[in-house]
Write a protein that binds this ligand. Sequence first.
Ligand code: TYD
Ligand code: MG
Length: 471
Amino acid sequence: MAKRPNAFICQICGAAYPRWQGKCDACGAWNSIAEEQNAQAALPAAQRTDRKGRVFPLEGLSGASEDAPRTVAGIAEFDRVTGGGLVPGSVLLIGGDPGIGKSTLLIQASAALAARGHRVIYVSGEEAVAQVRLRAGRLGLSDAAVELASETNVEDIVATLSAGRSPALVVVDSIQTMWTESVESAPGTVTQVRTSAQILIRYAKKAGAAVILVGHVTKDGQIAGPRVVEHMVDAVLSFEGDGAHRFRILRAQKNRFGPTDEIGVFEMTGLGLREVANPSELFLANRDRSAPGTSVYAGMEGTRPVLVEIQALVVPTSLGTPRRAVVGWDPSRLSMVLAVLEARCGVKLGGHDVHLNVAGGFRISEPAADLAVAAALVSSLTGAVLPAESVYFGELSLTGAIRPVAHTVARLKEAAKLGFKGAVVPPLLASDPPPGEASLAIRPAATLADLVAGIAARAPRRAPQKAAEEA
Ligand code: TYD
Ligand code: MG
């Protein structure tokens, strides 16, 4: 057979081109295309046979089926995100920035599973066994019955795994360091990573072992190299946080065996990751109640309410185009809130820089934060301090109306539990069960203008000079 020409493959998204080019048309990345051995030619001979297909029976939708059995680690924050424990034969990909604590989390999870009598194998392609031991020692896990290896060749790994009793969990840290003899490309290339992942996935299905792959992410938050691996695995989790904060959040992005909106919250301590059972308390600690520009947002993450502080700073700009800086929220939603404030409430911020920050390094993904953001912005602009004992939630419509959001009762319950006295909420729906929290004064706001008027009424009397400037 004539040798097929090599392909040029984008190392970010896996798109293939017949010749080299500077920019990938598929994902827009620059200088990401590298020459690789043709993937078709690389297939092992066994997969290239012209075997006739076997006929298999088709089945109906109805019929007996069992819930997937679960291997529970006993770390509640971890088990919740996986959907109630690891499913035997499933493959999970955990992504995160370098140094965020992926290896720490996985060695702790491995030790927890081993302590429950499961066989757990931890394969590190990045660190020597001594380094992994050292970390386990620091975490006080030296006695855990986890079996370690420092290995990067996938064939050797699968041979070793297949030799003994089938493990309940195999951790491969990280998939980018793995390589297989079945393809000739250099380790770390898309073809290597993809083929290695395929081999490990095949092993997982065959042996009924749960496999966790660690993946590095690029600076824009994607799992580096092969996005394709994300499509091959059963679940993709991301481990987030930033170096400046102790909080780490494990978030499900895709899960064939569970919900995708659950989070697990951890705190990085000198003794490894500690579970945070009540994240609201942590996110609201050290709150400055007397400064304008802060509001408390009653949010939901999956089935769990999370209260976080939103901080806004609105200052006159010295630039031609005012600055809009957002940490922890979607910048395009901020633009929308600013536009609605201007168009529907006459609050003009075109001459002001706007900085918005979600305290504690938390990232909000819900539109229900609109109302809390608007409240913080107006508070900062007018100097009116918001009542410290109130929470805010509600989605803003472009007409200036405030729209109801899901889970009203759960949000209010959490606020009452944490000692809040009031809540500014969207108009209640008839279908909403009556909020049974007597300790909470509930103030529905129908429009953003209602909210703005309420806050402006609290504003301190303006200094004469400022009033004159604005006149
Ligand atoms: P690590 O798990 O090696 O990160 P990753 O595998 O995601 O690259 O964690 C590294 C960081 O965690 C390192 O900066 C030190 C910190 N750390 C602690 O603060 N406490 C601990 O007990 C451990 C083990 C690590
Ligand atoms: Mg690591």
